[in-house]
Design a protein around this ligand. Structure first.
Ligand code: WT7
Length: 567
């Protein structure tokens, strides 16, 4: 039995009061995600049920029940409060996928703070951009990452506390640093949870755009309603499931469906804090008897590349439902998974901004491999004309994916940037920035992004951020960054660079520039290829035309280049 009845029945009967009632939420009353994911599950009598099965890269395993999680999040929340951190302040989580990351996320919400998770592979500059924008008051991190925080202290006078969760006292702490030894802290049995309301800010997730700095999509506690019900319906989470979300909580999938959705449903999750390796992933599924698996196309394509034989070495019979998100899931990958796992991967489409799944393939619905599926119950999604933003009624015509505002987990603004937020709405629709078409059966088919943002291995990187960082390299006069097709990662970053006089193109220089970006920004942002060019194509007003370079990489028609200057 699946949680969801037939798609048509759910669409006919659904309204948002259904999840509200299931969560016993009454409009106007308190709603705190931290408490819903821990305290409430315990009051339902599931305190002794496993909440988290964690495995580190050396194979060590730690297990926590919902009651452990309730106590640990209480303890951490009290600790943050004792430091003088106030409700509404931004507290950053900058850690690998260790248990403290998960507990810290919920603890911040319990004390009324705004959780700001950032990917631990970010370099100092990527970190600073996002902390400075958010005016972050504290950062919770690990020893191995603290060096990246230390270098930005002078630029962050408002960052009052650097909390290190794994300090071993081998070296003295420095300015503003403090060690949190969870095992030594007295367990806090009762913590006065912050009485957040539906519209109280909860999570701030940074996402990259075409121009300007990364933007902080601000979410509220009411997002729980969407995350809870979509985890129940789309991931089909049931009481005895062992669920594995492979995403890092530095990205929205890792919080909406790696923390909030599953735990609000009282489900046991497992986490693997290790890099990708086909063998270790299969072993992980076998060892922990994973039943529901939420992953991403790049990972699936990487597994596909490893072949079918390796799959047979493992007992993966526990698996019963598979879902995917983040980038286009090609039909081949869907069919391959049916062949080797006996199950289709169900594609889901959504964004940092939407907070929860918008368009999906449901357990009860016929899958058309290669399609993203249909809108979630309660979500009105369509494609609109590229120019007029009027809904397109004819099947098969490409337009912009658009969603009627008002679903619970919709972002409420971009932090300090209401203007860009407002620009995302056209003709009464929220415009996602992606192109798609809808077929005669109502299935959505992804076409591509409508901007220059690069989606590499399911992660968005902004070309502007990389171009700006490139300019800081001594040899770079100007640059343009575009996505280049890649069989596994879908796209990788490619940089076109014009050098300053006195610099010569060479393999050494190429490697030096690559490393420069990897350290400054992140491994994701690092160009996989650099092409040195004498100059870059520009418009008459001097704007670099990435479109021309991108078309060249993808072997596409270049389109209108009448505004090109140096043609
Ligand atoms: C962008 C959002 C929310 C999940 C993590 C990404 C692309 C997302 C799909 C899909 C094709 C997809 C879109 C979207 N995307 N899911 N199923 N098929 N493209 O969140 O970093 O905010 O990225 O990822 O371009 O706009 P994000």
């Amino acid at each position: 039995m699946t949680n969801m009845r037939s798609y048509d029945e759910e669409i006919r009967d659904f309204n948002w009061t259904i999840p509200e009632k299931e969560l016993e939420y009454q409009p106007g009353h308190d709603i705190n995600i931290g408490a819903y994911c821990s305290d409430r599950i315990c009051t339902q009598g599931k305190g002794d049920k496993l909440a988290l099965i964690w495995e580190g890269h050396a194979g060590e395993v730690k297990q926590y029940t919902f009651n452990d999680m309730r106590l640990l999040t209480n303890t951490m929340a009290q600790y943050l409060k004792n430091l003088g951190l106030q409700p509404g302040e931004r507290i950053c989580l900058f850690m690998d996928k260790i248990p403290e990351l998960y507990f810290g996320f919920l603890a911040i919400l319990k004390m009324g703070g705004i959780s700001q998770p950032l990917f631990s592979a970010f370099g100092a500059e990527s970190l600073l951009t996002r902390l400075a924008d958010a005016g972050t008051a504290a950062i919770i991190t690990q020893k191995k990452h603290v060096a990246k925080v230390r270098v930005l202290l002078k630029d962050m006078p408002g960052l009052r506390h650097i909390i290190i969760v794994d300090d071993d006292e081998s070296k003295p702490l420095r300015e503003r640093e403090i060690a949190l030894h969870m095992e030594k802290e007295a367990r806090v049995e009762n913590f006065p949870v912050f009485p957040s309301k539906a519209e109280t800010p909860s999570v701030l997730h940074y996402t990259s755009g075409t121009t300007g700095k990364p933007k902080g999509a601000q979410h509220v506690h009411y997002s729980l309603i969407s995350q809870y019900i979509s985890a129940k319906y789309v991931l089909d989470l049931q009481d005895d499931d062992i669920y594995w979300c492979t995403a890092d909580p530095g990205w929205v999938t890792g919080t909406s469906y790696g923390i909030i959705g599953p735990w609000a449903n009282g489900i046991t999750q497992c986490v693997l804090d290790a890099g990708f390796k086909a063998e270790s992933w299969y072993r992980f599924i076998e060892k922990h008897k994973v039943t529901v698996w939420y992953s991403a196309p790049t990972a699936i394509r990487s597994l596909m590349k490893e072949g079918d034989e390796i799959v047979k070495k493992f007992d993966l019979s526990s698996l019963r439902h598979l879902c995917s998100v983040g980038e286009p899931l090609n039909a081949e990958a869907v069919l391959w998974s049916k062949k080797v796992f006996g199950l289709f991967f169900h594609d889901t489409f959504w964004q940092t901004e939407t907070g929860s799944m918008m368009i999906s393939n449901y357990p009860t619905m016929k899958i058309k491999p290669g399609s993203m599926g249909k809108p979630f119950p309660g979500i009105t999604a369509t494609v609109v004309d590229l120019k007029t933003h009027e809904p397109i009624t004819k099947a098969g015509i490409v337009g912009l994916i658009a969603i009627k505002p008002g679903w619970p987990s919709m972002f409420r603004t971009y932090w300090n940037n209401e203007e860009i937020y407002q620009s995302k709405f056209k003709n009464g629709w929220y415009i996602c920035g992606d192109r798609a078409s809808i077929d005669e059966d109502g299935y959505f088919w992804f076409v591509g992004r409508d901007d220059d943002v690069i989606n590499t291995a399911g992660h968005l990187v902004g070309p502007f951020e990389i171009e700006s960082a490139l300019l800081e390299h001594e040899s770079v006069a100007e640059s343009a960054v575009v996505g280049k097709p890649d069989p596994v990662n879908m796209e990788v970053v490619k940089a076109f660079i014009a050098l300053k006089p006195g610099f010569q193109a060479s393999k050494m220089l190429e490697l030096d520039i690559m490393n420069f970006i990897r350290k400054k920004l992140s491994p994701l942002a690092m160009p996989q290829e650099i092409e040195f060019v004498p100059s870059l194509p520009k418009t008459r007003s001097g704007k670099i035309m990435r479109r021309v370079l991108r078309a060249q990489e993808w072997g596409e028609e270049i389109g209108d280049i009448s505004t090109l200057e140096n043609d």
